[in-house]
Design a protein around this ligand. Structure first.
Ligand SMILES: NC(=O)c1ccc[n+]([C@@H]2O[C@H](COP(=O)([O-])OP(=O)(O)OC[C@H]3O[C@@H](n4cnc5c(N)ncnc54)[C@H](O)[C@@H]3O)[C@@H](O)[C@H]2O)c1
Length: 269
């Protein structure tokens, strides 16, 4: 059985990392995938790799016109949409509030909230009717940063808390036609997650952290002791995006390798 056989699944922010791994998994589960990403270079490479049978589009989720263009292209190519998976995001560089220059606060807030929150809201607004026509599903990406401290700096953390709440409200507003759920990953291998332009950190990527250092830190903190790949997250997203999820809406799956279930008395050494 393929979970997404015959379904059309759009992955926003699917140009690298989590979104790309999830898109590949959805394709293996029988979906026609559509990828929308802001990075011209990632889109160019993916078009080359995936060929003309996969719709890969350059576009910015914070721009209504780009989302409308994506909607029109999906209708023209596939005539329908069954699921929307939101995976875009940018990081805040982990900069503590008191080390953030006051004159950069406005820019930092706008930049990160626009991509990490408004991007999901606009997508929900623009693709709802297509999803409704098929009793479809939305799956949004939050983070363990929405549940516990130190998963990012203040602004990133606030955006991920907002996405967690968006899942609740959208599930309520879109019921019973469209199911809306979230996934909260912890650490992800091969992530290209970039820092904020407003702090001059947009050239900084999570993948710049030496792999061994990141891996050993993550192993020492998480119960399952491995840093999952983007593809490892695929089955959770694919299930939530599929018609086989008839039960869950308004929930966020904490996909964290047991990170938040930390031992109280015993150090893991
Ligand atoms: N990396 C981690 O450890 C981690 C942990 C928890 C949650 N997350 C979340 O997972 C999601 C995916 O992150 P990732 O780690 O795979 O990073 P990534 O940078 O590899 O993937 C994010 C993608 O979003 C795209 N994007 C950014 N702004 C966009 C915009 N305005 N419009 C369209 N696309 C845009 C980027 O070009 C990139 O391809 C993010 O929401 C992130 O916050 C990541």
């Amino acid at each position: 059985m393929q979970l997404l056989n015959g379904d059309v699944v759009l992955v926003t922010g699917g140009g690298s990392g989590l979104g790309l791994g999830v898109a590949r998994h959805c394709r293996a589960e029988g979906a026609e995938i559509v990828i929308l990403d802001v990075s011209t270079e990632k889109v160019r490479q993916l078009k080359e790799e995936l060929g003309p049978e996969v719709l890969v589009m350059q576009g910015d989720v914070t721009k209504v016109d780009d989302l409308q263009a994506c909607r029109a292209a999906i209708l023209e190519r596939h005539g329908k949409l069954n699921a929307l998976i939101g995976a875009q995001g940018i990081f805040d560089g982990n900069v503590p509030l008191l080390q953030t220059p006051v004159d950069r606060m406005d820019g930092l807030f706008d930049e990160i909230f626009h991509v990490n929150v408004k991007g999901y809201l606009l997508s929900a607004r623009i693709f709802f009717d297509l999803l409704q026509a098929n009793n479809g599903a939305m799956v949004l990406t939050t983070s363990t940063a929405a549940y516990a401290a130190d998963g990012g700096g203040v602004v990133y953390t606030a955006t991920k808390g907002a996405v967690r709440s968006l899942v609740n409200q959208l599930a309520f507003e879109f019921a019973p036609d469209v199911r809306v759920n979230g996934v909260a990953p912890a650490g992800i291998a091969n992530s290209q997650l970039r820092g904020p332009r407003s702090l001059g950190l947009d050239e900084q990527k999570q993948s710049d952290i030496p792999k061994d250092a990141f891996l050993s830190m993550f192993r020492s903190l998480s119960l399952l002791q491995d840093l999952p790949t983007p593809e490892d997250h695929g089955p959770i997203y694919a299930f939530l995006a599929s018609r086989y999820n008839k039960i869950m809406t308004g929930q966020t799956v904490v996909a964290d390798q047991g990170l938040l279930n930390r031992p109280v008395l015993h150090s893991r050494g």
